[in-house]
Design a protein around this ligand. Sequence first.
Ligand code: GLA
Length: 422
Amino acid sequence: MDSIQEILHTMLTSHRLLHAYIALLILDNGWLLDNGLAKLPPMGWMSWGWYMCADNCTHNPNKCLDEKLILSVADAFYTEGYQEAGYEYIIIDDCWSERTRDEFGSLVPDRKRFPRGMKYIADYIHKRGLKFGMYTNIAYDTCMRYPGSRGYFEKDAKLFASWDVDYLKVDGCFVAESYLDHAYIDLGKALNETGRPMVYSCSWPYYKLFIHKHAANYSAVLPYCNLWRNYHDIMPAFGNIYYTLKFYEKNYENLYKFHGPGHWNDPDMLMLGTHSLTPGMSRIQVAVYAMLSAPWIISCDMNMVTPFDKSLLLNMNLIAVAQDPLGIMAKPYQVSRLTLWVKPHMPMKGDKYHSFSFTFVNFEDKFQYVTLPLSKYGISTNESYHVLDVFAGKFVLNVTRKDSIEVDVPPVDAVMYTLYPL
Ligand code: GLA
């Protein structure tokens, strides 16, 4: 079994190779994404997971994608502790525009739902020290058949920049594979040329793999996108979250090398706050996302967030792991009937001994008990560690490599321990 030092060594070697590859790409294409953003996995809120294309506000005023909603999320972030915890981007997904461009070929925000336009929203969000995200597609239409950006990359990039957008999610529906393979590069270049740093979120690998049925070439995507989707849409249902987590587990070897500061695999939104998960399911999603160093983008009605959801979303011990500056994707192991994720992270003792976290996930309907000999799962030193039970918020014991940790994980639940070197 790999020791933590070996995992780190492999990570560093593959990162060195990646940097050499990126240098070659710059020589070849003359540019690469150079916005200095997303050094930590982005945190925030996005409309799609809960609101989807909520454009019929007369019919359903309580589920309406409009200015009032977006400003209310900014207020909730500002007043309820989310901003202090690191939640930053507020992202409007599909269905925000009029059905046609104006006579000058510009995209126009829906006049009824966004009467003061997007710059007004950006200013409101920025005044609260938060950041603003928007959505488009590389095709003529968006996935919900609103106008897309094909044929208008420079124009739309300039428009988003003029609205002070900080983050752009770009979808890849309805295009041929040959177009897909250069469109993300072209649009990214147009964004770069505006001079406004915008986090660039791509869906290139997802469309490559699941729509065009070809392996995603992550080393081609990494130099151009800050984050990218690689699996189907998450929905407010645990089955869906389960398949997403299994995809990451099965594809770990293929994904972890491309994951790190400035460039992240994105398993899609957190579904807490939607009343669709049990407490155990919620713990599974947040814990594994923290272990993966995945973006934490929630999608919910902020008024529906229960005190329990909030206690997870604002758990600073958990967020410290999720936002660890090393940005390492945890490695999965099968231990008995549990999935164990192991992640090295900061703080370090001296220049050698990392902290690390263990997360045990039980997808079964019975308790699962295991004894975990630490020497087998990463601890190769004689150091002692202080063990924090992340969900209980308590230090529970001190261990060395000679010890084992015993866990009894409840049905459909997760237990997470963080080990800090003493
Ligand atoms: C795709 C994306 C979703 C969302 C919708 C909008 O399905 O994967 O995240 O952006 O399009 O139409």
